[in-house]
Design a protein around this ligand. Sequence first.
Ligand code: V0V
Ligand code: CO
Length: 140
Amino acid sequence: MFMRIDHIGIACHDLEEKISLFSSTFDLTVVAREVNEEQGVKEAMLHVADGEGGGSYIQLLEPLSPDSPVGRFLAKRGEGVHHVAFGVPDVERAMAEIGGKGVRLLDERPRHGSMGSQIAFLHPKDVGGMLTELVQAPTP
Ligand code: V0V
Ligand code: CO
């Protein structure tokens, strides 16, 4: 069902500092930046590669407040990998299929994600401790 890995989300305290680190260490370029109030993050997408169905990225995430998913994660666990996002052709279909297997969906319907995508999260406790995001890229 999964076409590809769309992005790996990294939680950080200082977005600008980590953009510099990732771009200089891996020679990656920032292709999008956004403040997503609903998700409580300021984020940047760094392009890694292009593939069938869409690109793959590192997503750097700074919390807008301590009382947000990424804010709580930083307080508990510190900086590092926060989630893995799979690119799917149809996010609602993927939610129905995966939800039907007993995995808890954290969203009842798709939400707005980076670069015009539609996203939904799965509970990490039902996926081996990995917070999982489903991403449907916008139709060109
Ligand atoms: C929390 N837990 C995690 C986790 N965050 N496990 C693995 N990876 C993570 N990132 C564990 C945590 O250690 C607890 O386990 C348990 O889940 C409950 O967490 P909590 O401390 O009570 O924290 P909460 O209240 O923040 O809830 C956790 C969930 C929440 C996952 C339910 O963070 C959530 O709804 N996340 C989905 C939305 C999100 O993350 N948005 C930011 C990215 P123990 O300690 O009890 O064993 S936005 C994004 O990616 C965008 C916009 C995009 O891609 O376009
Ligand atoms: Co993400």
